[in-house]
Design a protein around this ligand. Structure first.
Ligand code: NAD
Length: 116
């Protein structure tokens, strides 16, 4: 018996090869049905395939940009439409500024310097 049996979870950023996917796989292995939400369709579907192929878990992918309210509302609607309930939200999607540009890192450090 899993710790999340009977639950339905949304994991945003679930396509990422990092934290989001790991959470989605862990939740599925604990019995949760998982709604994988991401802007990355290929990665999102891969996560769903891993869940379904692993130990017969149940998951769907919903394309959504979490910076858009209408996309978030749609993801919740799709979760409830498919599973009839929603219990857990893992708000993981995001980006790491330093990975985008060293110049942004430098700007961020300068701003922190001004504030401290
Ligand atoms: N990896 C770390 O060491 C670390 C440390 C501190 C915080 N974090 C934060 O944890 C989160 C996950 O990190 P990760 O390393 O697994 O990242 P990752 O890049 O592997 O995954 C991030 C996922 O979020 C998705 N995403 C980005 N913007 C989105 C949007 N607007 N709408 C929907 N999906 C979106 C990406 O497509 C990707 O699949 C990020 O917010 C990151 O900033 C990570």
């Amino acid at each position: 018996m899993g710790k999340l049996d009977g639950r339905v979870s949304i994991v945003t950023g679930g396509a990422g090869s990092g934290i989001g996917r790991a959470i989605a796989l862990l939740f599925a292995s604990e019995g949760s049905r998982v709604v994988v939400v991401d802007v990355n369709d290929v990665g999102g579907r891969e996560t769903v395939d891993m869940i379904r192929g692993g130990n017969g878990g149940d998951a769907i992918f919903v394309h959504a940009d979490v910076s858009k309210a209408s996309d978030c509302e749609n993801a919740v609607r799709e979760a409830v439409k498919r599973y009839g309930q929603l219990d857990i939200l893992v708000n993981n999607a995001g980006i790491d500024l330093p990975r985008l540009s060293p110049r942004l890192t430098s700007l961020r450090m300068s701003l922190i310097g001004l504030l401290t």
